[in-house]
Each structure stands twice: as C-alpha cells, then as structure tokens.
Design a protein around this ligand. Sequence first.
Ligand SMILES: [Zn+2]
Ligand SMILES: [Zn+2]
Length: 343
Amino acid sequence: MLDVCVDNYGITVDNKGKKLYLDPNRQPNSDLIFISHAHTDHLYKCVKENGNRIITSKITHKIAMHRGYKYGETFEEHGFELLNSGHILGSNGLLIEDQLYYTGDISIRKRAFMDAAVVPKAKILIIESTFGHPDYFFPNFESTIHKANLIISEMYHRGIPVILLGYTLGKAQILTNVFRHWKPLIVHDSIDEMNKLYSEFGVSMDNYVTFSDAERSDMLSSHQPWLLIAPISSCKNGFLKYIKKKYGAISIGFSGWAVKPYYKYALGLDHCLPLSDHCDYNDLISVVKKCNPEKIYTFHGFAESFAENLNLLGFDADPLIRKSGKRNKTMVKLDTFFIKSNP
Ligand SMILES: [Zn+2]
Ligand SMILES: [Zn+2]
C-alpha cells in the first residue's frame, strides 16, 4: 500500500515505511530523493552527508552544482524511469513501475529547442497545478513570439532599446534562442552563466555579448537600439530602474502570470506576454487524460480548485496540501520500490 502525503519536507511517498521524497524543500534523513529540475524551489540545501540517494538527471545535477548545491553522485533505482517533462533543460517527471507518475513542473508544448513532455499511463498521478485554473489559457508559442517581434521592430524603428525579461534559468535561454536574429543582442551576466551550461549540453547559445562587456565597450550609449535579455523583476529593482532611466529602454516581461492584466502593473512593465514553461489549464487536463489515472494528487498553485474541477470531470482527485495533515492511502502495490534495489 502506497501512502502519499505532505510532511515537513514536502511530498512524500511511503512504501511500507520506506520513503521517497519528491523535490523536498529540506534535507530528509535518508532514503530516496527525486529532484525533478534545477529551479531553486525544487532544490534543497544539503546540510550533511547522511546517505541520501539522489535520483535526478545529469543535467539537473550539473546545473544544481553550478548553483552552489552540493549533492553526491546521482543514483539509479530499479523500476524508476525519468521522463522528459519539457519544463527546462534536464527537467524530468518520475514514473515508478508504470504505477505512479510525478510530473514535477511540466510543459507539453514544444518551445524553440525544448521538446514537449512525455506523459505515461499510470494508476496514480501527482501533478503540478501552478496554472490549474480555467482563467489561465496560454496562446500558442509562435503567436506570442510574433507579438514580441512586432513590438521590438517598432521600437527599433524609433531607435528605442528593448529589455526582454524572463526567469534566469529556462525562460531566458528560450528568449536568447528565439530572438537571436536581433542585433546587437545583449545578455545579463547571470543569464550568460546559464546559457553556457545549456551550450555544454548541446543547445547552442552564442551571437550575443554580455551586459558587462556591452557597458565596458560603450555599446549601450551608441545611438543604435539594442535588445537586452535580463532576469524578470519589478521595475523598482535597481538594475532595471537604472537601465530604463539611463537608456530610455522599454520592457517586455514573459510569464504565464501575464494572462492577468494586474501582473504587468504590479511589476511596472511596459508590456507583458503570456509565455510559460508550465502547462496552462487545458494542457493540465490533457496530461490527466493521457495519463488516465485512477487517483490524482495536485500540488502547487491552484491545487485545491484544480482537484475540485477534476472531480467534477469525473476523476478522483485530492490536493496535496500541508495543512490537511491528511494521509492518502492508495491501493497500488509496488514490487521493486526499495525491495529489489541495492543489487
Ligand atoms: Zn520550475
Ligand atoms: Zn516549480
């Protein structure tokens, strides 16, 4: 009997007293840990060596180490399969013995060099619900990029530089790739670091200059417009405020939250376009249908309302939320999980 719950460490799958931690927020005592991808809200600080066996992709391991997380070697567990979750480079969902599937953060849309997630069939589905509300509908990738190109083109005609804003890891690499035809292309130094890691894994990221090189060579104050890719933040943030004031640049933010008009005003951005590395509501429903599970657990964002909507659609869903303190027994039995492991 499997037991899925949320404890002090995050989502835990318990199989006869042996525990598997899914993207724990702090270091659990021992047993198995799955890390879906290298966004910091899915990584935990390793405080001491205590025999944690970490299951993750080589790419996630490498990016995490680069970000200052110290993990031991990655571990392979019998019956565990990592499936591309299409979220950022190296991101994976976890399928255990064709019985339980944990999505991590997931996207089923092809975006530039990112492939869509592979969604398996499974009896239990643990699915993220960041945008699990019907208000969150994302237009297709190409039309959003087209809109951005129109804005950039108009600004270039007027001699105005443009700043594109997105998360440093994942979104910014897609932006670097998709807008590489604009010259000069300048990339914030923190994004350059992540771009280099992507390059190491075969996603070519070149033909740009870093922000510090551009400033040093006075490229920014020339009378030519330019395109800068920078980490998304509020316009009250020192860096953005400085750039906007000094060079009269306009900003375009890229985020799933841009579906809501308040997002643009909250951050003080000039434009905001809905571009996400997550599923929108309909995408999440597609994942559920494809997986065709007997039991669903939702986590992140709209976990409760998404579970309610799934129940209305005839599925059996519960949100995984800490406060419930609820333990969820399922009828699924796993043969190899912790039993035949350790050859
Ligand atoms: Zn993420
Ligand atoms: Zn996340």
